[in-house]
Design a protein around this ligand. Structure first.
Ligand code: SAH
Length: 219
């Protein structure tokens, strides 16, 4: 399927490069993030029927009522998280189809990702295997409490919207670490950046975004 599609250009390296050029024109400055996104075959992470739309700047359904974030949101959040530096250990909450995890895997030593929907996690694991993202550990759990035994994390990224910043995530952030997450509900969500300094947590409210809600418990 992918071979055939690349034959007609829908999922080719050239299509991916056009996505990267568009991200750059949309204001993404971190060339390391752009290179990572240029190297990952995003179409592998969506259902075959949607492959031809994988490089559009749009959110797409990934099953179970969830969506893969649009490329510009992935790029922007990753750029904020990375802040121009390679990362050590990173935690992602909301694995979904695994695309954001794959991007992080190119930019950090080790990625922990947590998903509450078991069959979705199984799909993500398959996608991550197929794209050789061997430094990603995917776990079936409620991510709202983080992963205490793997902490501290240099970066934490949440890809579902929460009404508040979970205390556990603040505790699991390394000094010098950064947490990026959407806060709010429905149409009223904004990205928040929390930086942990030796003395305190600094919070910056950034642009409006739209994510599915963070839900409690596992299914
Ligand atoms: N980063 C994903 C985006 C997935 S959408 C990607 O690249 O595809 C957000 C995901 O967060 C959904 O799969 C949803 O099931 C998951 N999620 C919501 N609440 C969660 C929780 N408490 N713990 C773990 N995952 C959660």
């Amino acid at each position: 399927m992918n071979v055939r599609l690349s034959g007609i250009g829908m999922t080719s390296q050239r299509t991916r490069q056009r996505m990267v050029d568009r991200l750059r024109s949309q204001g993404i400055r971190d060339e390391v993030v752009l290179a990572a996104m240029g190297s990952i075959p995003r179409h592998i992470f969506v259902d075959e029927a949607l492959s031809s739309r994988a490089y559009e700047d749009t959110a797409l359904p990934i099953g179970f009522g969830q969506t893969i974030s649009n490329p510009s949101t992935v790029a922007r959040m990753t750029e904020i998280l990375r802040n121009g530096q390679d990362m050590g250990k990173v935690l992602e909450i909301g694995t979904g189809c695994g695309y954001q995890s794959a991007v992080l895997s190119k930019l950090s030593r080790e990625v922990y990702t947590v998903e509450r929907i078991s069959p979705l996690l199984a799909k993500a694991r398959k996608h991550l295997r197929e794209t050789h993202c061997n430094n990603v550990r995917a776990r079936h759990a409620d991510g709202g409490i983080g992963i205490a035994e793997a902490a501290p994390f240099d970066g934490i990224i949440m890809t579902a919207a929460s009404t508040h910043i979970p205390q556990a995530l603040l505790q699991q952030l390394a000094v010098g670490g950064r947490l990026v997450m959407p806060i709010g509900t429905g149409e009223q969500q904004r990205l928040h950046l929390i930086e942990r300094t030796p003395q305190e947590y600094l919070e910056t409210v950034l642009e409006a975004v739209k994510f599915v809600p963070l839900l409690a418990g596992v299914v």
